[in-house]
Design a protein around this ligand. Structure first.
Ligand SMILES: NC(=O)c1ccc[n+]([C@@H]2O[C@H](COP(=O)([O-])OP(=O)(O)OC[C@H]3O[C@@H](n4cnc5c(N)ncnc54)[C@H](OP(=O)(O)O)[C@@H]3O)[C@@H](O)[C@H]2O)c1
Length: 263
C-alpha cells in the first residue's frame, strides 16, 4: 500500500538513494534537503529520471523549516539527515561536539515530536532513526559523532517502548548503517585536521592516523548504498517494523562480536 513518506537530508548519499527507491515503489515521497541548491538539483534529477518526488528545503535545525511538516499527513518519517565530526575527546573543541549533537540528536528529536503530533492524531505512523553501528561500538577519534549516534539509538529504543504503551499504532525503529561509501566518512575523518595544530596531543602521530583511517575505510566501506536502502524500504513498508535494521550485514555481525568481546 502506498505511504506518505518524509525523508530528511535527501540531497545526497543514503537519503537521496532511499528517496528514489521509495518513490519508484509507488510511495508519495517528500524528499527534504538542507539547502535550496540541493533541492533544485534533486528536482532536476527526479525529472530526468522520470520519478515523482516532492522536494522541499528543510534545514532540520531551523524551527521555521520544521513547521512545514504540519501541512503534510506523514505515514513514515525517515530521520536521515546527519553530520560527522571526528577528533580526540581529550581536546576536540566543545562547539564542534555541540554542533553534531544539535543536528543528529536535538533537531532530529524536535522534528520527530512535531511529526508525531499528526501521527498520534491519525493513530498510525512509523519513525525511522538513521543511526549508525558507530552508535553501538565506541570508535577512537570518531566519538564526537559516535556519541550522538549512541544517544540517538538509545532515544529511538526508549521512544519505541513509550509509543507501544500509547497503543496508537506508532512504531519507532533504528536504521544502523555500517560504513558505506558516500563521502561522509572521508569528510568526517578529515574534519579534525582542520583544527588540530602542533599543540594537539596527537599531532606527532597524525600522519599515521590518517593512513590508518584511509586503510580501514577502504577495507570496510560498502561501495554503494544498495544494502542499506533495501533495509530502509523494508522498515518503511513494514506493518510492525523490528527495532533494528543493519547493513551491510557482515558489519552488523562484527558489532555483535565486538560487544561479546566487551569492546
Ligand atoms: N555513510 C556511512 O558510512 C554512514 C554510516 C552510518 C550512518 N550513516 C548515517 O547515514 C545518514 C546519511 O549519511 P550519508 O552517508 O548519506 O552522508 P551524506 O551524503 O552527507 O548525507 C547526510 C545528509 O544530511 C544533510 N544534512 C546535514 N545537516 C542537515 C541539516 N541541518 N538539515 C537537513 N539536512 C542536513 C546533508 O546535507 P549537506 O550535504 O548540506 O551537509 C546530507 O545531504 C547520516 O545520518 C549518517 O550519520 C552513514
Amino acid at each position: 500500500m502506498s505511504k506518505n513518506i518524509l525523508i530528511t537530508g535527501a540531497g545526497s548519499g543514503i537519503g537521496r538513494d532511499a528517496a528514489f527507491a521509495l518513490a519508484a515503489r509507488g510511495h508519495q515521497v517528500w524528499a527534504s534537503t538542507e539547502t535550496a541548491e540541493q533541492a533544485q538539483s534533486l528536482r532536476a534529477e527526479s525529472q530526468t529520471q522520470g520519478v515523482s518526488l516532492q522536494v522541499l528545503q528543510m534545514d532540520i535545525t531551523q524551527e521555521v523549516d520544521r513547521h512545514q511538516v504540519n501541512d503534510l499527513a506523514i505515514d513514515v518519517l525517515i530521520n536521515n539527515a546527519g553530520v560527522g565530526e571526528s577528533g580526540a575527546l581529550a581536546e576536540v573543541p566543545m562547539d564542534k561536539v555541540r554542533r553534531v549533537f544539535e543536528v543528529n540528536l536535538f533537531a532530529t528529536l524536535a522534528l520527530t515530536q512535531e511529526v508525531l503530533r499528526g501521527m498520534v492524531a491519525r493513530e498510525r505512523g512509523t519513525v525511522l532513526m538513521v543511526s549508525s553501528i558507530a552508535g553501538r561500538v565506541p570508535v577512537p577519534f570518531l566519538m564526537p559523532y559516535g556519541m550522538s549516534k549512541f544517544a540517538l539509538s538509545a532515544a529511538g529504543a526508549a521512544m519505541r517502548a513509550e509509543m507501544d504503551r500509547l497503543h496508537k499504532n506508532i512504531h519507532i525503529a533504528l536504521i544502523e548503517p555500517g560504513a558505506i561509501h558516500t563521502g561522509f566518512n572521508q569528510r568526517m575523518t578529515a574534519s579534525k585536521y582542520s583544527w588540530m595544530d602542533p599543540s594537539s596531543y596527537f599531532w606527532p602521530v597524525r600522519e599515521r592516523l590518517m593512513a590508518e583511517e584511509k586503510r580501514s575505510f577502504a577495507f570496510l566501506e560498502a561501495r554503494d548504498t544498495r544494502s542499506i536502502v533495501v533495509q530502509i524500504v523494508k522498515a518503511a513498508e513494514a506493518a510492525r517494523p523490528r527495532l533494528r535494521y543493519v547493513a551491510p550485514r557482515w558489519q552488523g555481525w562484527g558489532v555483535r562480536l565486538a560487544r561479546i568481546l566487551g569492546v
